[in-house]
Design a protein around this ligand. Structure first.
Ligand SMILES: *Cc1c(COP(=O)(O)O)cnc(C)c1O
Length: 368
């Protein structure tokens, strides 16, 4: 038995500190925003390397609030990759703008930079690029071509990742959007998120959008929603934040252990690792491309080994986007990835014995 992810294992050594944070918030009696949210925002901005961070209610809401603050809406299109979590495109749709789905690179599975540059029609107002599975996608090329664009980094899987120049995910684009869902590289015990930016005006606007656009209280110049980060989650995240880099090291060590053990299956051509781009990969998901994916997944499940498919269906052909008129075949690399991607167990605290078990089961499946 090997779990796909075990948050309890990560939290066990921090249990007393997490309980302490809960007790402190309970006793202080203020549960919305307040000093813990402000302190976490400072700490998160310092971690990412931006001037500002704004705590919000989830990763999805970090995207929605940022898009609303940037004025995305009807008549605009926004470039998004066809292979990512739904929220990347769903948040664009919710503003009234249309997602313009662009294929991913066949090997890295990150938004294909050349294809995205080619897609920058005059009605495109921005790009949401995704640091998929924990490594950074191209951010700067789009504004080099079209300085009027904004570029949002969907960094919901990439806390602590960096590009080849050492810039951290969320610090390079117009804004960075983070999720603190429990299994993300930094997660709380529930939902949470943050928006990072170097731009003080944008940070201020996201703060307004986070509270129904209300300023002063009960006066609304712009539209917003309730997108606040709970005080309790900010307090819990402050306990976990100092461990982020060590957890990244652990995930990279898990990757290195898989590489060592799965060489024979790579040589036989039955499995390949997703190539790393320059920079620091935090392996939010440890995704490999495999022949006979569904049969392997079933074999692993039968042995109690947690593995999962990220993602089984590309976004451009989701029924909710039918009116955009995309067809199967329009983003072939995304479609191929949906058929052969498999995420293996990868989390801080996964033991070498468990990695042996997963690797042994994969080798046995392919007879290697
Ligand atoms: C998790 C995730 C989100 C959404 O975050 P939530 O906190 O679950 O709302 C958005 N984009 C990507 C790429 C994600 O992985």
């Amino acid at each position: 038995m090997v779990p796909f992810f075990d948050t309890k294992r990560m939290h066990a050594p921090l249990a007393d500190a997490l309980r302490g944070a809960f007790d402190r918030v309970l006793n202080e009696g203020a549960y919305i925003l307040g000093p813990d949210v402000a302190a976490f925002e400072k700490e998160w901005a310092a971690t990412v390397g931006t001037a500002h961070a704004v705590g919000v209610s989830s990763g999805s809401d970090s995207l929605l609030a940022t898009l609303m603050a940037l004025g995305a809406g009807p008549g605009q299109r926004v470039v998004v990759p066809a292979f990512t979590f739904f929220a990347t495109a769903g948040s664009v749709w919710r503003t009234g703008a249309h997602p313009l789905f662009v294929d991913v690179h066949p090997e890295t599975l990150l938004l294909d930079t050349d294809a995205a540059l080619d897609a920058l029609a005059p009605d495109v107002s921005g790009v949401v690029t995704v640091h998929l599975f924990g490594q950074m996608a191209e951010v700067l090329a789009y504004r080099e071509k079209r300085p009027d664009l904004w570029v949002i980094e969907d960094a919901a899987q990439a806390h602590g990742a960096a590009d080849g120049e050492g810039r951290r995910a969320g610090s390079v684009g117009t804004a960075g959007c983070f999720s603190f869902f429990p299994t993300k590289p930094l997660g709380t015990l529930g939902d949470g998120g943050a928006v990072t930016t170097q731009d003080p005006a944008l940070a201020q606007r996201v703060r307004l959008v986070r509270q129904h656009g209300s300023h002063p209280k009960f006066h609304h110049e712009i539209m917003g929603g309730n997108f606040r980060l709970d005080t309790l989650h900010a307090a819990l995240l402050r306990v976990k934040l100092p461990h982020l880099d060590a957890w990244g090291d652990s995930r990279r060590a898990v990757h290195a252990a898989y590489v060592e053990r799965l060489g024979a299956v790579v040589e036989s051509g039955d499995l390949r690792f997703i190539p790393e781009v320059p920079g620091l990969h935090v392996y939010h998901q440890h995704v490999v491309r495999v022949a006979r994916r569904d049969a392997l997944l079933e074999a692993l499940s039968r042995q109690g080994i947690g593995a999962a498919v990220y993602y089984p269906e590309p976004l451009h052909v989701q029924p909710c986007f039918a009116e955009l008129g995309y067809r199967a075949g329009s983003c072939p690399n995304a479609e191929a990835a949906c058929l052969d991607s498999l995420a293996l167990p990868c989390f801080p605290g996964l033991t070498l014995a468990e990695i042996d078990e997963v690797s042994g089961a994969i080798r046995a499946f392919y007879g290697r």
